[in-house]
Design a protein around this ligand. Structure first.
Ligand code: ADP
Length: 267
């Protein structure tokens, strides 16, 4: 679905930020991108949807290429982008209008708009707030509205770029449940995070270090076999817990992808 083919990028000449990156994301995957501050995660996300263009190499999405302006517009319609601060994304004065705005721009019929509005607010559990002002909501609720507006556009892939970092632990947990729910609906997920407890919930992790991929593989394996502290990443709680218990536990994921430790099953 998404291909990075020998991608290079810099903001300033002679200061490469992304160095010869290659990876493929298949339809329906749930990937986390991790790495310490400034390693290039957001730059990679912006390259994915054509907000930035590679200095060398190509990025393809469903056989369309981001460097072609016409194809880039099509890609951007199919790819949602959720930022750290949802307020930056609000342009209207009610939750309902916020969801409808994007649909009006692409000429969706009134009937279809009604359906999508209801469906997306229901999915993020915000149907009761349709007439509220987005700015009056809590941080988590604002993020849900931003997600509803994206979902109404029926994207194939959603990038969550540190979307949980402004939330408290409970808000982060609710956001992770929502991300799993959206993934279960068939949307491909790219989740950029510096919380390893969240990253481990993805099926696959890309670990970025100074603009190159240091690890690309199953999320559990990264923490169980790779020395992540070297990259200033904290081990997820489940792994620390397992180590404390002398490895007499097995880290497992439940049907929703949530992590838990099973006591005494390490045989
Ligand atoms: P991360 O998301 O991993 O924190 P970024 O992709 O935001 O990293 O940034 C990677 C590098 O590029 C950093 O050194 C950062 O300072 C630099 N950078 C990011 N955005 C810009 C910009 N608009 N202009 C110049 N340098 C930038």
């Amino acid at each position: 679905m998404l291909i990075f083919d020998q991608v290079h990028f810099h903001y300033k000449k002679d200061q490469p930020v992304v160095k010869n990156i290659n990876f493929v994301i298949q339809k329906g995957e749930f990937i986390s991108i991790v790495g310490k501050n400034g390693c290039g995660k957001s730059t990679i996300a912006k390259l994915m949807n054509g907000l930035l263009l590679p200095k060398d190499g190509e990025i393809f999405f469903d056989n369309l290429v981001t460097t072609n302006p016409v194809e880039r517009t099509i890609i951007q319609k199919q790819m949602g982008y959720i930022f750290q601060n949802p307020e930056d994304q609000f342009i209207t004065t009610s939750v309902m209008d916020e969801v409808i705005f994007g649909l009006e721009n692409i000429g969706i019929s009134k009937e279809e708009m009604e359906i999508r509005l209801k469906e997306s607010l229901l999915l993020v559990d915000m149907e009761k707030y349709a007439h509220e002002q987005p700015h009056s909501l809590s941080g988590g609720q604002k993020q849900r509205v931003a997600i509803a507006a994206i979902l109404a556009m029926r994207p194939k892939l959603i990038i969550f770029d540190e979307a949980t970092s402004m939330l408290d632990p409970q808000g982060r947990q609710q956001m992770m449940s929502l991300i799993h729910k959206i993934h279960k609906q068939g949307v491909t997920i790219v989740h950029i995070t510096h919380h390893m407890d969240e990253a481990i919930e993805a099926e696959r992790i890309l670990l970025i270090h100074e603009g190159v991929i240091e690890y690309d593989g199953p999320s559990l394996q990264l923490f169980e076999t790779f020395s992540v502290e070297k990259y200033s990443l904290r081990l997820p709680f489940a792994i620390r817990f397992q180590q404390k218990l002398n490895a007499n536990t097995k880290i497992t994921k439940d049907w929703k992808g949530m992590i838990y430790s099973k006591w005494g099953t390490n045989s």
